[in-house]
Every structure is written in C-alpha cells, then in structure tokens.
Design a protein around this ligand. Structure first.
Ligand SMILES: C[S@@+](CC[C@H](N)C(=O)[O-])C[C@H]1O[C@@H](n2cnc3c(N)ncnc32)[C@H](O)[C@@H]1O
Length: 258
C-alpha cells in the first residue's frame, strides 16, 4: 500500500513535473495545501476525484483520511507546495502512515527558491565568488538549532535563501551585519514567485527591512541574499565559469589553446 506525496511547484500550474501531473490526473483522492498550491493545478484532477483541502485539518485527521482511502484501494495524491523536502512537514505524515502500513513515494517539485532565482534571473552559485547556497529560515516562533543561527551561517559569505522569514527582516539584517556583511550586499525578495501577482523587490541589506514594509510584504516571500544577487555580476570577467574557459580541460571538452 502506498500513496504519493507530490511537489506542486511554486504556484504556476505548469511548474509541476510531468510525473507529478500524471499522478494528479490519475488520482482518485487529492489532498492539497490550499494556502499555497494553485487551484488551477488542482482543477486538472479528474472530475470525479475527491478533492480535499488540508487547511483546518489536524495531522491526525489528514492521516486518517489518507489511510482510509489507500486501504479502500484508491490512488491518493498528497500535494505540497514547492518541493516537499524543504519545510514540507512531510516526515510526521510519513511516520503516521507507516504505522498504518502505508509507504510514500515522493515526487519532487520546483522549490520556491528556484522559482525566485528564475524570477530575478540569478545564478545562485557564481564561480570564484560563491559555490554554496544555504537554504534556511530566520528564527521566529519556530526555534532554529543554536548551531544554525543566521550569523553563524552567514559567516560563510555564500548565497542565503531565507524561507518563512518575511516578518523577521530586522533580525536578518542584524545577524548578517554581525557576520560582517556589508550594508550594500544585494538582496532580492520575490513574493509569490511564478504567480500572476508576483512581486520582485531588489534591495540591499541596509534597506531590506524598510523595503519590505513599503511593499507590504509579510508572507509568501523568498529572500535571496548575497553578492550573487548583484544584477551586474554577469559583467565581471573574474567570475566567469571554468566550464566555458578555453584553457580549461574536462572529460567532455578538450581545452583549446590560442
Ligand atoms: C512552508 S514553506 C514551503 C516551502 C516549499 N516546500 C518550497 O519548496 O518552496 C513556505 C515558505 O516558502 C516560501 N514560498 C513558498 N512558495 C513561494 C512562492 N511562490 N514565492 C516565494 N516564496 C514562496 C515562503 O518563504 C513561504 O513562507
């Protein structure tokens, strides 16, 4: 017995995987996170499918419904926003389903971090500048382990992608500044990436908090921070990828000598 946990992607109904869409279209039962998954995508389920919203349901209620339907021989799709592996709260569902003898197959999705990067036309890993992206959140009511405090993560001066942090920008600015980030560090905020009402705010660390306030952004936002977000980064020759470097040889491409 198994059910499918599907990543719906960030919002645009076309940003689900082919596999995820196929399962959604074949499913007898669809349970979805209605606050962030696009209804237009869910409308692609077959007309006779039982479609349920997870908002307002407790974990136990969700699991009871899913287990009941799977045991009745139905194809069940649990649809999560973005990619289920990132802040998806799937582990507790999987654990309770396992107690019912039900396994889960996870179908990945496009996370909002990548939809946001696409929206601002950014590469998050710029050769010689940063080769690391940290996906994290600022600590608010949900605790973050001591060893993962933002100021410690920021000490790497890599690209940071902050989920669930739109109301915590004062703290973000304070901790990144403590880690030695310059006030001019580029920051790109994308609210509702890939939705028709997507908002992009390009700012700096110094102006982040004020620009969030001015633009009324308090939720559904991805904060991307670091010099990889500099819109001019592509014009800096020193940060060109080795992949296209004429003198660089790798397995598939022999170096060309001028
Ligand atoms: C519970 S987490 C789920 C993340 C999701 N699993 C993913 O991979 O994108 C919700 C947070 O993800 C971010 N998020 C989700 N969808 C977004 C979108 N379309 N645009 C910007 N940020 C989004 C926001 O930071 C939001 O607070």
């Amino acid at each position: 017995m198994k059910l499918y946990i599907i990543g719906a992607g960030p919002g645009d109904p076309d940003l689900i995987t082919v596999k995820g869409l196929r399962i959604l279209q074949e499913a007898d039962v669809v349970l979805y996170t209605d606050s962030l998954v696009n209804d237009e995508l869910i409308a692609r389920a077959k007309p006779e499918a039982e479609v349920l919203k997870s908002a307002g349901m407790s974990l136990e209620e969700m699991v009871a419904i899913m287990a009941d339907r799977v045991k009745a021989g139905k194809l069940v799709a649990r649809v999560h926003t973005g990619d289920p592996a990132v802040f998806g709260a799937i582990m507790e569902q999987k654990a309770l389903l396992a107690k019912e003898g039900i396994a889960c197959e996870i179908v990945p999705g496009v996370s909002s971090v990548f939809a946001a990067a696409a929206a601002v036309g950014a590469e998050l890993t710029i050769p010689e500048l940063t080769q690391t992206v940290i996906l994290t959140r600022a600590e608010g009511r949900t605790p973050v382990p001591d060893r993962e405090q933002l100021k410690d993560l920021a000490a790497h001066h890599c690209t940071l992608a902050l989920f669930l942090s739109a109301t915590l920008t004062k703290k973000v600015v304070r901790e990144l500044t403590e880690a030695g980030w310059s006030p001019e560090t580029p920051v790109a905020v994308v609210q509702r990436a890939s939705w028709p009402d997507q908002i992009i705010v390009r700012t700096t660390l110094a102006r982040l908090d004020e620009d969030m306030r001015v633009n009324g952004i308090r939720k559904h936002a991805m904060i991307l921070a670091g010099w990889a977000l500099d819109p001019e980064i592509g014009t800096h020759e020193e940060y060109r990828s080795k992949l296209y470097d004429k003198s660089f040889t790798h397995g598939y491409r022999k170096g060309v000598k001028d």
